[in-house]
Design a protein around this ligand. Structure first.
Ligand code: MG
Ligand code: MG
Length: 270
């Protein structure tokens, strides 16, 4: 399958989907607190999708039974919202998506609940920064594997973390998951050249211990086999027709974060 290239009008619709996802993130960050169930977070996302005129890309995806994924502590990704109660000190990873007029957005974050372990905070900080490092590396004219190379180099430089090998980022557009698969590790200089119109979801997943995972009996929840805690950050970004990047699922398009790397975002989607 060829990589789907989007024109500016299509990217404008993807931006609308991305804003819905960014708003869900904000609503959940504002609401999440000890004593809440993970299904209460799902309800927040579901209500916002409805009032935004969007639809859910997660609900019924290969049978997934909810609007978002909520993964707590040693659960790293694909946790199913339900009666589980969120406690002080937990690390909660929330993955959200939305569709507007057939175009998808997909983004995730991890957050500590109340007072948390300093090493858990560092886990999340390293994961989040590795995502920005990866997006900054995935500039117009770079090779696809430059992204995973940059992510891995950064994570390794920060300490002993497990980088999940079986899961990674992906192309996104008229489907949530498209070609190409984006590894979070590897050598630089391989794979397709990143060009205008590509849209990629960059999503490092790391643990404080082993990178080995297993899937629980619910057939979705991915946990670390050594029960170490995990973090997951994700944004969907594109290269605009002017050759500059734009983070579709960030409210400011990634302007502030990418500026730290000397990367200027496009004004075409602002
Ligand atoms: Mg996601
Ligand atoms: Mg994704």
């Amino acid at each position: 399958m060829a990589i789907q290239l989007k024109d500016l009008d299509q990217l404008k619709v993807m931006r609308r989907a991305g804003i819905v996802v960014a708003e869900i993130h904000q609503l959940i960050r504002d609401a999440i607190k000890p004593g809440m169930t993970t299904s209460a977070l799902d309800a927040i996302a579901s209500a916002h999708i409805k009032r935004s005129g969007a639809t859910s890309n997660f609900l019924n995806y290969h049978g997934f039974p909810a609007t978002i994924c909520v993964s707590v502590n040693d659960e790293i990704v694909h946790g199913i919202p339900g009666p589980r109660v969120i406690n002080e000190g937990d690390v909660v990873s929330v993955d959200c998506g939305a569709i507007i007029d057939g175009w998808h957005g997909d983004a995730a974050f991890s957050v500590g609940i109340g007072a948390i372990d300093a090493q858990d905070q560092k886990l999340m900080d390293v994961c989040e920064e590795s995502m920005w490092v990866g997006i900054a590396a995935g500039k117009n004219g770079a090779r696809l594997s430059d992204i995973g190379f940059a992510i891995e180099q950064y994570v390794v430089s920060q300490g002993k973390y497990g980088i999940l090998l079986e899961y990674g980022g992906h192309g996104i557009g008229t489907e949530m998951h498209q070609e190409p698969h984006v590894l979070n590790f590897g050598k630089a200089g391989n794979g397709p050249t990143i060009t205008a119109g590509m849209a990629l979801a960059i999503e490092p997943m790391i643990t404080r211990g082993s990178a080995k995972t297993k899937v629980l009996a619910d057939e979705w929840t991915v946990v670390s086999v050594d029960q170490s805690r995990g973090a997951h950050f994700e944004h969907s970004y594109t290269i605009c027709p002017d050759g500059k990047p734009f983070v579709l699922t960030s409210l400011d398009g990634g302007r502030a974060e990418l500026a730290r790397f000397g990367v200027e975002i496009s004004d075409l989607l602002a």
